[in-house]
Design a protein. Structure first.
Length: 178
């Protein structure tokens, strides 16, 4: 009886382990958003394919900062595009956390998503910013060049340790000898 219970427990554990990645990958129905938001420097852009054209308009997108709570309070931009994809963009956006809301022309909300605008664009690296000799991996340090005196002192310490270890082991095997 205990063997079958152990097999049952093992089988349940295997089934739970197999189902775990599927459960983690699935999104809740409320978390699905029909928009995609991206940033490039101080420009925020949004794309969607959820809107249909009504009366010559696809709808509007609004960029809300943390103190704004409604669609009408934010910086609005009209959606432009085709039946397959619509987009809007805002330039000169100051650094901070924003919420992008897209409302189609038929009154439905295509989605809401938060975005963080960083304070600076990607840093540029000059040719003189990297070390001239590179990383000295395996030589005892990443950037510092040790002199002869330091290397000799290290060698003396290692040699003393080897001699002391040999003396200790010899004394341990023959306790009456020095």
């Amino acid at each position: 009886m205990s063997r079958s219970q152990g097999s049952l427990r093992c089988g349940l554990a295997v089934a739970a382990a197999a189902a775990l990645p599927l459960g983690l990958a699935a999104q809740p129905a409320g978390a699905v958003s029909g928009i995609s938001v991206s940033t490039s420097g101080s420009t925020v852009s949004v794309t969607t394919s959820a809107c249909v054209q009504v009366g010559g308009s696809w709808g509007n997108a609004s960029l809300l900062n943390s103190s704004q709570t409604s669609f009408a309070q934010g910086r609005q931009a009209a959606l432009t595009g085709t039946a397959s994809v619509q987009s809007a963009a805002w330039s000169s956006v100051s650094p901070g956390t924003y919420t992008v809301v897209v409302v189609c022309s038929n009154g439905t909300t295509a989605g809401t998503q938060s975005v963080i605008v960083s304070s600076a664009a990607a840093p540029t690296v000059s040719p003189t910013a990297s070390p001239s000799r590179g990383v000295m991996g395996g030589v005892g340090g990443g950037t510092k060049d040790y002199g002869t005196v330091t290397m000799v002192a290290g060698g003396v310490l290692v040699g003393t340790g080897v001699i002391a270890t040999g003396w200790f082991l010899r004394r341990r095997t023959k306790p009456h000898r020095l």
